[in-house]
Design a protein around this ligand. Structure first.
Ligand code: SF4
Ligand code: SF4
Ligand code: SF4
Length: 364
């Protein structure tokens, strides 16, 4: 009997096949950050996904034509087999490997091993939430900045600077650090700098001091971009900041969400249709027991209904109708809308900032 093809099934339900798989290989972490949306670290007993289960998943994913793997956590370096998993993925034929880390736990031997593994599709995404210990450690705890810098230096000394992508979570207290972070990245030869606004869920949902920047801060950043030639040049070379992209982006959003192109799997084996849409109602459990192909077939009708919601919400959002950014924003990210206010039919949590930027764009 011909096996049922998961890719065929997904297409029949109007869904795109998985391209980049994000796998949280552990929920352990050496930090307990104030803004951690998966609430990793602390005193709980860690769950490391067994290496053989990860290998089976990667083999299946590669056989389905998967392009790349994003290895995350928790802190993936807490998993004793993280390097083996990267090596295995490469041997399995994945063309892109992304390691998301706080960068603090690299040993010299591990960095040498990464250098041996190095290939153009390798990316080491390091979280850096400030240009100084003052701003970074406010979120991540005392000593975190020094630890991350140490990890970055090891990678740079091993010739891996170009593979590093610094990622900053934009918050009210650190948005002003972006120019200094770009300078730092450039001075180290780092390949790219990316930032994105804090998602108010997990530990950041309790109204503590970690809050997203306000619209005025973003407008000041845009003014700085306009007035400072050096910043603009650095940005064009290595930067990606959503607020700056929004101002210049004239693309038209047609399709709604790209489920299930970039699925996300937790250490307990729960699969969500994308990294930012983590509502349990539209997730499936037991992916490591059932296998990836069988899980995709089972989930296709569920994610297809979610896909319909993503298309319908654009028409349903009354606040969007008179917004000049509607053609490209189309109501923003439904996963963020769910994460910040528990409602798919709400504008996402960046709406106010985004709308301000679109209005400002009209005035320019
Ligand atoms: S944000 Fe990253 S480094 Fe911080 S506790 Fe969460 S997983 Fe760990
Ligand atoms: S910026 Fe806000 S109002 Fe405008 S389209 Fe996006 S979500 Fe809707
Ligand atoms: S718009 Fe948001 S919810 Fe939709 S696919 Fe993209 S990240 Fe996921």
């Amino acid at each position: 009997m011909r096996p049922i093809q998961p890719i065929e099934t997904l297409r029949q339900f109007g869904l795109k096949p998985p391209r980049i798989l994000t796998v949280a290989i552990t929920d352990a972490c050496n930090l307990v950050c104030n803004h951690c949306w998966v609430e990793a670290g602390g005193l709980k007993v860690p769950t490391h996904v067994p290496e053989r289960l990860l290998e089976r998943m990667i083999t299946e994913f590669a056989a389905l034509g998967g392009e790349g793997l994003r290895v995350t956590g928790g802190e993936p370096l807490c998993h004793p087999a993280w390097l083996n998993i990267l090596r295995f993925s490469r041997t399995a034929g994945l063309r892109t490997l992304i390691l998301q880390t706080n960068g603090m736990l690299f040993t010299d031997e591990q960095v040498s091993a990464l250098q041996e593994l190095d290939f153009p599709g390798l990316s080491i995404e390091i979280s850096l939430d400030g240009a100084t210990a003052l701003t970074h450690d406010l979120v991540r705890g005392a000593g975190a900045f020094a630890g991350t810098l140490n990890g970055i230096l090891k990678l740079v000394q091993e010739g891996l600077a170009g593979r590093i992508s610094l990622f900053m979570t934009e918050m009210r207290h650190n948005l002003g650090d972006i120019p200094a972070l770009l300078e730092f990245a450039e001075s180290m030869g780092i390949g790219s700098f990316v930032s994105g606004a804090l998602v108010r869920c997990g530990r950041a949902s309790d109204g503590n001091s970690m809050v997203p920047p306000d619209s005025d801060q973003y407008l000041r950043l845009l003014d700085y971009y306009d007035s400072n030639v050096r910043f603009r040049e650095l940005y064009r070379k290595i930067g990606t900041i959503a607020a700056i992209e929004w101002r210049t982006d004239n693309s038209v959003s047609h399709e709604g969400c790209s489920f299930i192109e970039n699925p996300y799997i937790t250490p307990s084996g729960r699969i969500y249709p994308c990294l930012l849409c983590h509502t349990d109602e539209y997730s499936l459990t037991g992916v490591y027991e059932k296998g990836l192909a069988a899980t995709l077939i089972e989930g296709a009708p569920l994610w297809s209904s979610l896909h319909r919601i993503s298309r319908d919400r654009t028409d349903a959002l009354s606040e969007c109708r008179d917004c000049p950014g509607m053609p490209c924003c189309a109501g923003g990210c439904m996963g963020r809308a769910w994460g910040s206010c528990g409602n798919f039919f709400a504008a996402d949590d960046r709406c106010e900032v985004r709308r301000t930027i679109y209005q400002n764009r009209q005035l320019c």
